[in-house]
Design a protein around this ligand. Structure first.
Ligand code: SF4
Ligand code: SF4
Length: 124
């Protein structure tokens, strides 16, 4: 009985220790691994090292079409690809993704836009 009153007085003074989830969400920690955000398509050299090191086979890299593909459903958010990338162009987000009901929406495709041809024909 005495413990209960002590708790009531403490809660009235300092507020409850719990949150009213989902209305009040805890901010994610600074170094949390929420999921892969993607790559910087301009910095990427499409070497495929990230795909070779991925333990879940979640990444596909096509060097010829300059396309980088991530199957988010397969990714176990281990961070190995981020550490292995020689160009530091894969980014991890601290925010967690919402679950997706379909497989197709679980694939993130990033493609480098072809650069405009700057060379012009020179006439003699
Ligand atoms: S390791 Fe980095 S540079 Fe190489 S393909 Fe992956 S993201 Fe691009
Ligand atoms: S975080 Fe891990 S599982 Fe996800 S794509 Fe990178 S290496 Fe693969």
């Amino acid at each position: 009985m005495f413990d209960m009153f002590r708790n009531i007085i403490r809660n009235l003074k300092f507020g409850p220790k719990t949150r009213k989830y989902p209305f009040e969400k805890r901010p994610t920690f600074e170094n949390a691994r929420g999921g892969l955000k993607g790559i910087d398509a301009e910095k990427c050299i499409y070497c495929g090292i990230c795909a070779k090191n991925c333990p879940a086979n979640a990444i596909e890299v096509d060097r010829t079409t300059k396309e980088w593909k991530l199957n988010i459903g397969k990714c176990i958010i281990c961070n190995i690809c981020v550490e292995a990338c020689p160009k530091d162009c894969i980014y991890m987000s601290k925010n967690y993704r919402k679950p997706s009901p379909t497989v197709g929406r679980n694939v993130l495709v990033i493609k480098q836009e072809p650069k405009e041809e700057q060379a012009e024909a020179v006439e003699d």
